[in-house]
Design a protein around this ligand. Sequence first.
Ligand code: GP9
Ligand code: MN
Length: 631
Amino acid sequence: MTNEKGFKSFLSRYGRVIFDFLYFAYFITAIMCKIFYYQFGSGLNEFPLTTMLNFKMLLASLGIVLGIFGFTLFIFVKQSRFSLFIINLLLSLVILADVLYFRYYTTPINMALLYQVGYVGDVSSSIQSLFRMRDIVLLIDLPIYFVFRYIYKKLKFRDREYRHKIKIRWGVSILAIIMSIPMFHYSYNNSSIMHYQWDRNYAARDLGILYYHYYDMQQFTKEEIAKRQPLTEEEINLVEGYFNEKWANDTVNAYYGVAEGKNLVIIQMEALQTFLYENTIEGQEITPFLNDLIEESFYFPNIYYQVGGGNTSDSEFMANVSLYPASSGAVYFRFPQNKYYSFPNALKDRGYNTYSLHAYKPSFWNRSAVYPNLGLDTFINYNDFTIDKKVGWALGDESFFKQGLELMNTEDPFYGFFVTLSSHHPYDAFYGYDFNVGKYEDTQVGNYIKSANYVDKSIEAFFQDMKAKGLYENTIFAIYGDHAGIFEDQADDLTDFLDIPYNEYEWQKIQKIPLIIHVPGADVNGRIETVGGQVDTMPTIANLMGIDMPYTIGKDLMNTEIEDGYAVLRYSSVMTDQFMYLSSTGEVYDMETGELLDKALYEDEIKKYQQDLIISDIILEKDYFNKRTIE
Ligand code: GP9
Ligand code: MN
């Protein structure tokens, strides 16, 4: 009797509080389980559970969950159970969307998708096919809220305990917020945040899916605000003046349309620099196939790479859009949804099917979000290939080309944008590759040379396949390297191989990538020594295909006099056939001899060329073409 009485009074005194605690514990556990399901189900985090990486991810996630819980409780202190239920529902739906999206794109959903909601109808069948029964765990706990509600009503707590309960709720909320901060900060401070600019999956892996969404929203909002700022009068005058002058000077159009109506194949080769071509080692040509091809093609030996923080993806952007990449970070992450006058879109208008092909995860460099906006309609990626022969990061280039060709519809006119991968730094995959590199055997430079030989063979096999399918004659090919492959840590071996001294001038001089444009059957070829950069590829191809692309920053190299050639690098160095201005040293060198020149004499010319960067940055950062076209 006394016991029962004691229990009753205990219940009437603390019943509500205990009830609250049970519900709060359920809420936190449920969200943590869902996060766990995402992190390990996606494979971003791997067992064993007890690694430092997993610990930091779980700690950061718990910190964030406690923070969300604390704030919700603080603000909605009177309707806390219902508010927490709504939060749980929303987070569950977001994580479910992440799970489904990840299964196809190997990345969680992101804010940039808001621009693509129109496509949801097209993908609803694939959403269904991506759903697995076990995903129910993300929603299965939701009815528990109603169970709590039912029991609460049944228990009929006495109203005089109400104030007591509110005070405790405030206390709990503040405690949760205070605890959340060091938890999150410990993990945050011990993670490599800078990696997130290359692949946001790293943000999800290191600090959990909730942090990923915060990071994504923060970046998205920043760019959205910046690009919504109205264009100033000065910016409009600058951009319009620039294009008007460019068009007025665009008077010669040699070779216009020689490849009109042909299919287009662009091969962007990973990390291959110009010095590998038309070069030998131990008496053998490094790239015998492409060396022969050069003889029957337009070959441009003086093209500098112009990539910035987006490396491969910046190179892709320049080839398809002919604008410079972003002044910092990767343009694919910073401006994925701007309005661009891209070449794939122009080709689509002319009835081409457009493909991008790359045998790596579609999330990398934000490709899956950017390609549709560039008009690259079908992205044939890692998920679509059979990884029958791995070389380095993923599928070897040889199989990549072979399978890629089969995966495209080549019955109708097509544009295939092939981005190779095997020759990726540090070339370890080529230890033991059968090609004699003499004293460079087992060095990075040696492996790099071998990788170039492998890529050469892969492209040769691809050309054979194109011929066997009867596609070769009706296709224009452009082949180029995306950026440097050997960095200054290997300067000793490389300068030894090239027999050049090691200094700023000589090093910059080899920062060139090859560009080969091959038009079968047209009997057009030649060596074009004009200095240029990656922004020039697209206008050059467009001229050959007879397509006008007025809003390009680059120039048509076929129609630029040698003395008018130049390349501005992303960090504002300038290359011409006369001089080299290096922004890192602030010096101007004679391009031929490397002698120092009087900078004052070149300042105006340098500024004139650098204007390209200023115009391109306005177009990107203000999303210029979304606001204005130029008549
Ligand atoms: C990854 C590949 C490599 O998909 O394109 O990118 P990189 O590291 O060269 O920028
Ligand atoms: Mn690359």
